[in-house]
Write a protein that binds this ligand. Structure first.
Ligand SMILES: Cc1cc2nc3c(=O)[nH]c(=O)nc-3n(C[C@H](O)[C@H](O)[C@H](O)COP(=O)(O)OP(=O)(O)OC[C@H]3O[C@@H](n4cnc5c(N)ncnc54)[C@H](O)[C@@H]3O)c2cc1C
Length: 384
């Protein structure tokens, strides 16, 4: 079949949050764009919970998506500690002069709001269309979709969450032998918008305020995670109490548990001529510092901004893609390095390290400029 000419349209593979934000931002720049999404339009229910930084809120506000969200729980304080050793740090929104340090929301709620915004912006989204292969060329990329369909574009944006492009070999990969067990839990004490990050030798455990409950991310080894995921509710709630401690009182109820493997994979934005990767397709991070998703949104925003600053003739050119990769390097590698450092520093029980970590947490607590530096980095990335 001959390629369907769509040369004016930037093509985005994947209507996840990153692909959808990129398309909306491109349209805001006056650039024609269309999206191909593998899942059917009504199959968007997803039980994942996302933690958005304040910086991500600003992006969504500028795209008029934030205003459509009604299921958002602000995080105004974060309590950071390690199990079995002293040293606690508390971050507060007031430290950085923002209304909230972050926001917790269901993936599905964000997807629904984005879908509505895409429709209002008149952006064509073809659901149930899987991108099979992208052929790169000097002047255009040809996107091959299911049923022998192909489309030409000056720029193909791969935002498939890293699942579509099997050929994309990460430039750097680390398997932490950790799996996240996630579910909603109800605690005896109300959350008062406080999140917890508690480091243990087996991996971090996070509680994120979500509606009147907490979203739990319990990191464990592959074997332990399997065991935790299949316990009865009563066994699970008791085990969580032993693992996390009593700061929120007892754990009273738990929703359905699911697991996902955690790893670091940095593939980078550079794919081939006329092709760029963004979001999880470019980097998949451990969720410990809540960096991965927010970096992905910044990828989308920065790429669209650069496209807007580029002449139509140069859209998707090698020079433009190189400038994009250069512009994103510090933020992305900063987030990758910071996350990897945290996971490796805290996921062990080596006594001198445990003491050093305690001193580090204490230093953060008593030295406000350091605290503000770390908080701003988490909110806005390397440019914070
Ligand atoms: C199982 C799992 C659980 C997670 N849980 C959490 C969590 O609890 N908290 C948290 O903060 N983060 C979590 N994450 C990470 C978070 O989901 C990602 O950071 C975020 O979704 C990345 O957004 P994205 O748009 O890049 O990718 P995705 O959200 O994965 O979106 C990619 C989109 O591309 C589509 N697609 C894939 N292949 C193709 C193709 N070939 N052609 C066309 N479309 C395609 C997919 O259907 C999907 O809609 C989880 C990730 C996974 C995989």
């Amino acid at each position: 079949m001959s390629p369907l000419k769509a040369m004016n349209d930037v093509l985005v593979a994947g209507a996840g949050p990153v692909g959808a934000v990129c398309a909306l931002a491109l349209r805001q720049q006056g650039i024609a764009v269309r999206i191909l999404e593998a899942q059917a339009g009504d199959a968007r229910a997803d039980s994942r919970t996302l933690a958005l930084s304040h910086g991500s809120r600003l992006i969504l506000e500028r795209l008029r998506v934030w205003q459509k969200l009604d299921d958002v729980t602000p995080i105004t304080r974060i309590h950071i500690s390690q199990r079995g050793a002293p040293g606690v740090t508390r971050l507060a929104a007031d430290d950085v002069d923002v209304p909230a340090l972050g926001y917790v929301l269901p993936y599905a709620a964000l997807t629904v709001a984005l879908k509505q915004a895409l429709a209002e912006a008149g952006i064509a989204v073809e659901y149930g269309v899987t991108v099979d292969r992208i052929e790169s060329g000097l002047d255009a990329a040809t996107v091959h979709a299911a049923a022998g369909r192909s489309l030409e574009t000056p720029l193909a944006v791969v935002a498939d969450g890293g699942r579509g492009d099997a050929a994309a070999k990460p430039r750097f990969e680390r398997d932490y032998d950790q799996v996240a067990v996630v579910c909603d839990v109800q605690t005896e004490l109300p959350h008062a918008n406080q999140a917890y990050e508690r480091f243990t030798p087996e991996g971090p455990v996070a509680l994120l305020p979500k509606r009147d409950r907490y979203a739990l991310v319990w990191t464990a080894s592959k074997t332990d995670a399997q065991r935790i995921a299949t316990m009865t509710d009563a066994e699970f709630l008791a085990a969580l109490y032993r693992h996390f401690g009593g700061r929120q009182g007892l754990f009273l109820q738990a929703g359905p548990r699911r697991t996902f493997p955690l790893k670091l994979a940095w593939t980078g934005s550079e794919a081939a001529a006329r092709v760029v990767r963004i979001g999880n397709a470019a980097q998949t991070l451990h969720p410990v510092a809540g960096q991965g998703f927010n970096i992905g949104l910044r990828d989308a925003w920065e790429l669209a901004g650069l496209c807007g600053d580029t002449s139509r003739e140069a859209l998707g050119s090698a020079a433009m893609l190189a400038a994009y990769a250069r512009g994103r390097r510090m933020d992305v590698l900063g987030g990758v390095g910071f996350t990897d450092f945290l996971v490796r520093l805290f996921s062990n029980d080596i006594a001198p390290l445990r003491r050093a970590r305690g001193v580090g947490l204490l230093a953060l607590e008593v030295f406000p400029p350091l605290k503000t530096f770390v908080a701003r980095r988490m909110l806005f990335g390397a440019r914070g």
